[in-house]
Design a protein around this ligand. Structure first.
Ligand code: 4AD
Ligand code: MG
Length: 433
């Protein structure tokens, strides 16, 4: 008889039917007459029940050989069982071992140190909490694509191997034939700006690289960034788009990831409070507020992680800190006509102390001002020739921003450290597995 396969998440649709579910054993328990096997297949957990008097002797004996992580195919009748995980169980008639697993599986139900877990990331990833985080990440990515697609933005893929430089943080270099060094992209933005002049509103979404020696809970050396770039958007339009996007993403996760948020013990009331408009605080004002709260910040400094936490403490939604001093920000940001010491930019800070999740700005569209900034920053003008061309051939008001995916996942999933928000994190001291 041919088998009907089902995933655990699809079982509610096949109650009363005989199906085969494949996955990995997570728990085993036997009374001698009745045995329980809990398995996971990535879509959920399923309790399978074997009754000794009702299964063939060899099936009952096979149960005794199972260990945690044995890969199995279990066949039986799907029954409603409110006390079982997921609300269903399988009355087993057949049990097949697809892949044995020796008893030394590294992840055991006890406290493991973080270094041990990261060394064993390839199997740690199977744990319910990690599965939940990956599923939330997937939903956030999907929400992002749906959001931009719904607004007619075109996705553009920008190079990872680059000659130009984007942000101030460290670069990873690699030999590139006769051309000297290529650098792993820190941002797709500059290419995104060129594409915006071709397509209007675009977004890029891919891995970006920063050789930052920061060992904080917010830094990876390889992280994913989504960067939209919009022709004819000024800094206010830019912030409105960020607001709409974040509200859309949070609503989508609340709608589709209830089970995952529960597994993560996320306080969903905090996410339900994320509604626009988000407060906008000018940098100069932020410094005044922070000084009032005891911070040592002075005008001209970038906000530190502690400053960000102090500042968001008064709000339930993300907030924008806008118009930073020129010196604290990248060369491409447009000078603020109302206060030329500052630029038209915004950092979006997530609530609950998760810190900066977005950096955005209106771009300098004046050719000569941009050139002067490139000189001031001591950047190689040659490498930026093509970027200056965008200001030569039909310059245009435009803005954009970068959303850090792992930081967004950390905030929404309520994960203190972003190393759990990507399947295989890359950090200063970690290149394996
Ligand atoms: O503020 P950043 O450096 O801005 C840019 O790269 C611009 N080119 C974006 C743009 O305007 N198109 O980085 C944007 C976001 C940060 O807010 C943060 O969420 C994330 O990228 N990010 C990091 N995430 C993890 N690890 C790191 N080392 C990160 N550096 C930045
Ligand atoms: Mg930034």
């Amino acid at each position: 008889m041919s088998k009907t396969y089902a995933t655990i998440s699809a079982l509610p649709k096949v109650v009363g039917q005989h199906v085969t579910v494949r996955g990995w054993v997570t728990h085993l328990r036997s009374s001698g007459k009745v045995a329980f096997l809990v398995m996971r297949d990535g879509t959920g957990h399923l309790q399978c029940v074997l009754v000794k008097s009702q299964v063939p002797a060899d099936t009952w004996e096979r149960f005794a050989t199972l260990t945690q992580e044995t890969c199995v195919a279990v066949t039986g009748e799907v029954r409603t069982e409110p006390r079982a995980p997921g609300g269903h169980e399988l009355g087993v008639t057949e049990l097949e071992v697809l892949g044995a697993s020796p008893l030394d599986y590294p992840i055991q139900p006890k406290e493991h140190g973080i270094d041990f877990l990261l060394d064993n990331r390839h199997v740690w990833l199977r744990s319910p909490r990690q599965v939940a985080i990956m599923r939330v990440r997937h939903e956030i990515k999907r929400a992002i694509h749906d959001f931009y697609d719904g607004r007619g933005f075109i996705q553009v893929d920008t190079p990872i191997l680059t000659a130009a430089i984007g942000e101030r943080s460290g670069l990873f270099a690699t030999e590139y034939f006769e051309e000297g060094n290529a650098y792993l992209a820190q941002t797709g933005q500059l290419y995104g700006e060129a594409a915006a002049a071709a397509l209007g509103c675009i977004y890029t979404f891919g891995p970006t690289f920063r050789a930052e020696k920061s060992k904080t809970r917010r830094h990876l050396t390889e992280f994913w960034m989504m960067e939209p770039e919009m022709a004819f958007y000024d800094t206010h339009d830019n912030m409105r788009l960020q607001e709409d996007m974040l509200v859309f993403i949070v609503e989508r996760v609340l709608e589709r990831c209830q089970a995952e948020l529960k597994e993560l013990e996320r306080d969903v009331s905090k996410l339900e409070a994320v509604k626009g408009p988000f407060p906008r605080i000018e940098y100069t004002e932020a410094v005044r507020i922070l000084q009032g709260k005891g911070s040592a910040i002075t005008w001209g400094d970038d906000l530190g992680a502690e400053d960000e936490t102090l500042l968001v403490a008064d709000y339930n939604t993300p907030i924008f800190v806008c118009n930073y001093p020129k010196e604290a920000k990248a060369f491409y940001m447009k000078e603020n006509p109302a206060d030329p010491r500052t630029v038209l930019c915004d950092d979006c800070l997530a609530p609950e102390g998760y810190g900066e999740i977005i950096g955005g700005s209106q771009r300098e569209d004046d050719h000569d001002k941009l050139l002067a900034r490139i000189h001031e920053e001591g950047l190689p003008v040659d490498a930026y020739g093509w970027y200056l061309d965008l200001r030569k051939y039909g310059t245009f008001v435009h803005s954009g921003f970068g959303l850090g995916l792992e930081r967004t996942v950390a905030w929404i999933a309520g994960t203190p450290h972003i190393r759990e928000c990507i399947a295989f994190p890359r950090m200063m001291h970690r290149l394996r597995p």
